[in-house]
Ligand binder design. Structure first.
Ligand code: PEP
Ligand code: MG
Length: 411
């Protein structure tokens, strides 16, 4: 662009309201686009749990992914109706469709207002078993939405999105970002996941390039254990921010106990470095891991000896159990939370956590489905974490049932 002296239009430059239709988008496109102008997103690639879908939910932008030939079929449409809940995309809707769309939108808004009444009520079964319903966030500014939707805290802060907006934040910037979220939550727990880059979240600035098998490659904790400089910088920022409120840290993509031990050792070094520099850090910090690789679920009894809590990441756990790329629309039917293999891994993880006396949560999309929430409650899950907008409906599901009935459903 510079050489040709041409201005390349980016999604940040959008000046009028649009429905964004693309073959595929990157998570970084979602971060950098002018969100106020994007009324809906439609892509040919991707699935329910790809990071573009997760970000669309976080930003409360209706989205439908995996629409075959969307570009050619919508080319020339001047108006597009999108129903993210039903997965409908209609080019040039006629008057009757427009009326129906408007009515559906109003009904959804009314249902949301009704759910708003649950905001200050606990996530508790009718016979008094209390669990936590927390929120997933990607950007610090989402903390307000977490409170508005009545979440008990933040069960997953996907910290890598701070890095994907075109600038790699240093320790001070990270510290301020984490601290702002922790303070905004006013005493509710904030669970910060350490960098999960690699895979579809490429970050060439840090050497996390596209790879031949990105989802099986140099991602998350694997990246951090070999880029100790990057990892320790983040851990110091988290330790310092944790002095300002209830904070937990968790490591993504743990596959072996050895990885967990190495990560814990680096955390200790980071703590010592902060102390040597005279920086104030949290006195104690709960350290957990994501269970999102079958090897971790199968050895969760061993991992539980070294972890303070588990959080099950079903988006990846299903991907790696079923051998299905979570972003590939052609095989999306295999990304199935109710497959017995997935349920058994979830059950095993919860049982290992219970035996070790540590809490077990879930921050994958499965936890956001009210029907699944009943099953998970019955299996003994302690903490549910999801995009903020999904919190009220899951709370309602939990408040609608007794624990014995939930156990029967699970069985
Ligand atoms: C998961 O894998 O379920 C998860 C919560 O992490 P992410 O979606 O960021 O991979
Ligand atoms: Mg994951």
């Amino acid at each position: 662009g510079h050489l040709l002296e041409k201005h390349r239009m980016t999604l940040a430059d959008l000046e009028s309201d649009v429905v964004l239709v693309a073959r595929d988008l990157l998570p970084s496109d979602m971060i950098s686009m002018n969100r106020a102008r994007v009324k809906a997103v439609v892509t040919e690639a991707g699935g329910r749990t790809s990071h573009v879908a997760i970000l669309a939910r976080a930003f409360e932008i209706p989205a439908v992914l995996g629409v075959a030939d969307a570009l050619s079929r919508l080319r020339g449409s001047s108006l597009v109706a999108v129903d993210g809940a039903k997965g409908l995309v209609i080019g040039d809707p006629d008057a009757a469709t427009l009326t129906r769309s408007a009515a559906a939108r109003d009904a959804a808004a009314a249902a949301e207002r009704e759910l708003g009444a649950l905001r200050d009520l606990p996530a508790e079964t009718i016979d008094g078993l209390r669990v936590k319903v927390e929120a997933n966030i990607e950007m610090p500014e989402e903390a307000l939405g977490v409170l508005a939707h009545g979440a008990d805290g933040i069960g997953l802060f996907r910290s890598e999105f701070l890095f994907l907006g075109g600038h790699v934040p240093d320790e001070e910037e990270q510290f301020h970002a984490y601290r702002s979220v922790i303070e905004a939550m006013g005493g509710r727990t904030v669970t910060i996941r350490t960098l999960d880059i690699g895979g579809d979240k490429v970050l060439p600035e840090l050497g996390a390039q596209d790879e031949k098998n990105p989802l099986l490659g140099w991602r998350a904790i694997r990246f951090c254990l070999s880029r100790v400089d990057v990892f320790k910088t983040q851990l110091r920022a988290i330790l310092r921010a944790a002095a300002f409120g209830e904070t937990r840290v968790m490591f993504p993509m743990i596959a072996t106990a050895d990885e967990l031990e190495r990560a814990l050792a680096i955390l200790e070094t980071a703590r010592e470095e902060c102390a040597a520099a005279g920086q104030q850090v949290a006195k104690s910090l709960s350290v957990g891991i994501m269970i999102e690789i079958p090897s971790a679920a199968m050895t969760s009894d061993i991992l539980a000896r070294k972890a303070d809590f588990f959080s099950i990441g079903t988006n990846d756990l299903i991907q790696y159990t079923m051998a299905v790329d979570r972003g590939n629309e052609k095989v999306a039917y295999l990304h199935e939370p109710y497959h017995p293999a997935v349920l058994r891994l979830v059950q095993r993880t919860i049982e290992s956590g219970k035996a070790a006396g540590i809490p077990v949560g879930m921050c994958g999309e499965m936890a956001a489905d009210p029907a699944s929430a009943i099953v998970l409650l019955g299996l003994g899950l302690d903490e549910f974490s999801m995009s903020s907008a999904a919190v009220p409906a899951v709370k309602r599901a939990i408040r609608s049932i007794g624990i014995e009935e939930a156990r029967a459903v699970a069985k």
